[in-house]
Design a protein around this ligand. Structure first.
Ligand code: SF4
Ligand code: SF4
Length: 460
């Protein structure tokens, strides 16, 4: 078995509700609301207008810069609105609303690549870019940027199939039901990077998925190796996965590519397969709908932009006592305050919780047990980090306690017996640091502009 990483926790995986349920196709919604930002980087600019007819796979959002990814129509129909709508990351986001005509008309541009076996790395990057593929495990970093910036620098290509967050089982089901997509997608990456083999990291609690992949690898004689990993959260975090599979540690402030590793989510790998072998860009997503508030948990595949209410309706609805909705896993997902948000490229789960699961504590006090230090996979000291942030001293938090290295995995919060909101505080700390950085840059830019204007005036 692969190497263990430092720290981590063993939460109840809560996967039994859906891990034996096949992925179901959700009935297409009457309307999809597609946000123009489903990736890290510049939001897209809508390239359709109200009244336009669109087809499945047609581009409706142009990338806003190099670090961006185009967005495509997920149903055929008529553009009903181009306007800000509730957004799963908070607030509102410019969105394209399409009224479904239920004709499922596919755009004429969608066609498979002629010779998938012999693509050059540059051709694959272009296909990935045009298909709008991003880190579909939730990171949402544009995949073409990741590939192009890593080419020639990495000798380990790793597919992240750890799926270590509790409740989520979409990747597990994809490995069981679509192993050929996974292995052929991984083979495309092996050729692109010129490596002898690609590693797929699967946690030990999904041994049947590892067996299925191994069977397909043998049948296809693919240059792919399945690594069975310890079942421990956050096994699927990039730095931890990199260490578990390659034995290499990613230094503070660096990326896996700096340790010679490039990591792709399993869903991303399937999206690469689809873009090459069918020509279809990212227009659908598998979402695990689960949690104590969901009447009949399921794995559903739906068009991007599907309202989350349609997901819950397909699962028998929500229980009356539901008090919390989370998009993503319970450790790293985001609480949702508006039922009108829709499924995006990075939405792997939609969870609802009911009853008395919330363990909120008024005015929590640290009891100095040190448990948070023992579980932090980055070897940080959450207890002291929290103390300094509560004093408003984010500079000490950043410089002496390396707060910016926090991967927001939530392991410290999970383990803290005093129920301190540690991870939430660290997210806020990062926001403060980023705000200060942007303020300093704006001041420096303004000063430089004023000096330039003064120099020009003097010359004149
Ligand atoms: S949330 Fe941050 S500080 Fe807490 S365990 Fe994870 S990496 Fe460490
Ligand atoms: S786990 Fe919680 S109570 Fe224990 S030292 Fe850390 S912050 Fe304090």
């Amino acid at each position: 078995m692969a190497q263990a990483f430092f720290g981590g926790v063993h939460p109840n995986d809560m996967k039994a509700a859906t891990n034996e349920k096949a992925i179901e196709q959700l009935a297409a919604p009457a309307e999809v609301v597609i946000p123009m930002s489903m990736h890290i980087g510049a939001p897209c600019k809508p390239c359709v207008a109200v009244g336009d007819k669109v087809k499945i796979g047609q581009r409706i959002g142009e990338p806003g810069g190099f670090v961006s990814a185009p967005i495509h129509a997920s149903v055929s129909g008529t553009v009903k609105a181009v306007e800000p709508r509730p957004f799963s990351m908070g607030g509102t986001m410019m969105s394209v609303v399409i009224e479904n005509d239920f004709q499922d008309t596919v755009c004429e541009d969608i066609k498979p690549v002629d010779d998938p076996e012999n693509l050059t790395p540059e051709q694959l990057v272009e296909i990935v870019k045009n298909a709008g593929i991003v880190g579909m495990g939730g990171a949402t970093f544009p995949t073409h940027v990741k590939i192009s910036s890593s080419l020639g620098k990495v000798d380990y290509v790793i597919i992240n199939a750890a799926e270590c967050e509790p409740y989520i089982t979409g990747d597990h089901r994809a490995m069981l039901e679509r192993p050929e997509q996974v292995i052929k997608g991984a083979t495309l990456l092996a050729k692109c990077f010129g490596v002898d083999k690609v590693y797929i990291g699967v946690e030990a609690n999904k041994q049947n998925a590892a067996d299925t992949l191994n069977k397909t690898i043998a049948e296809l004689k693919a240059p792919v190796v399945v690594e069975v990993l310890h079942t421990r959260y956050p096994q699927g975090a990039e730095k931890q996965l990199c260490q578990a599979v390659s034995g290499r540690q990613v230094p503070s402030g660096k990326l896996p590519a700096d340790a010679g590793c490039c990591i792709f989510n399993l869903n991303t790998t399937c999206a690469i397969y689809k873009a090459v072998y069918t020509g279809m860009p990212v227009v659908r997503k598998v979402v695990t709908v689960s949690g104590s508030g969901v009447i009949e948990p399921k794995n559903l595949e739906c068009p991007i932009g599907t309202p989350i209410t349609n997901l819950f309706d397909a699962c028998g609805g929500l229980k009356d006592e539901t008090y919390k909705l989370i998009m993503g896993g319970p450790m790293m997902g985001l609480a949702q305050y508006d039922i009108n948000v829709t499924v995006g490229k990075g939405s792997g789960a939609m969870l609802a919780f009911a009853g008395d699961e919330e363990k909120y504590v008024e005015d929590p006090q640290c009891i100095r047990c040190g448990k948070c230090v023992g579980v932090c996979p980055i070897r940080l000291e959450p207890v002291f980090m929290y103390k300094y942030l509560m004093k408003g001293d984010w500079e000490t938090w950043r410089d002496q306690f390396h707060g910016m290295d926090c991967i927001e995995c939530g392991a410290c919060t999970y383990t803290c017996p005093a129920r301190l909101p540690l991870t939430h505080a660290f997210r806020m700390g990062k926001q403060q640091v980023n705000n200060a950085r942007m303020k300093a840059k704006a001041e420096a830019d303004a000063k430089a502009a004023a000096e330039k204007a003064a120099a020009e005036k003097k010359e004149a």
